[in-house]
Design a protein around this ligand. Sequence first.
Ligand code: ATP
Length: 311
Amino acid sequence: MGGMALTGALAAGTQVPPGERVIDVRDLRMRYGTKDVLHGVSFAARRGEVLALLGPNGAGKTTTIEILEGFRMRSSGEVTVLDTDPARAGEAWRARVGVVLQSWRDHGKWRVQELLDHLGAYYRRYSTDLKSRPWPVGDLLEVVGLSALASTRIARLSGGQRRRLDVAIGIVGRPDLLFLDEPTVGFDPEARREFHDLVHRLTDVDDTTILLTTHDLDEAEKLADRILILNDGRIIADGSADDLSRQVAGESEIRWTRDGQRFVHSAANPTPFVRELLLQHGDAVEDLEVRRNSLEDTYIRLVHDSEGRAR
Ligand SMILES: Nc1ncnc2c1ncn2[C@@H]1O[C@H](COP(=O)(O)OP(=O)(O)OP(=O)(O)O)[C@@H](O)[C@H]1O
């Protein structure tokens, strides 16, 4: 491993100065019965940052998020979210934290705008001079792309439309921190792109800090300022997609065609290879493509390497 590996409590959130930490997790441990599922997780997030938490099934992502949301008691470790321990936080804290839960199926008879008006009213008392709460429902519908469905009954929404409503419910109180657990599952490509735009708008306009989990690495790469990879209850990588890609000794893939034939070659440093290729074959080289490690390649390598070390 190179010097980039930031694992364990020593490197906890080294990039984020203490005063700016919206999330600060140190040596978090969780045990269910006799089974340890988090083995000393440490990380931090700063205001306005989008963090993607990645990891294989069962890695401990949902457990981590539920602890940060205050829905689950940890076994040990220090957790501070918006300057408060979520295990002891009250209503005022909760009003500043947005959670996108999976579909509000129990409210099928409600109309979209009606439900948002109803839920939004709760947040009014938590308005501050800097932030009026809730979001005006008209603006909110606009932002999540549900304006045309404002008076539709929830039971009539498609799967993707419901997910957008879930997101609207999660942000109606204009949270300072938003948790998104696999937010775009079931979205069509257009809805997904609109959702990505929405996330960017939230961080631009409201400086909202966002922690999301996803299995969609393309989504993580598009949205996240920083990526955390959790494997078997441990953080095995923490950095931007570029940082992570540099962390694995990557090979680039060079593809081209010549005389109608496809060629593929891997090289750690593609420049001399491509220079030589063009010197030899000149204009006969067509459709030349050089592809660096994708986040998916990097992710698979990092998870695989960490499992190799654990064994
Ligand atoms: N209430 C519980 N009681 C006992 N074990 C649990 C409980 N909840 C989760 N686990 C176990 O803890 C481990 C981590 O689960 P968790 O749901 O946090 O993983 P995850 O990374 O969110 O997975 P996925 O990607 O599949 O959603 C798993 O081995 C799971 O079986």
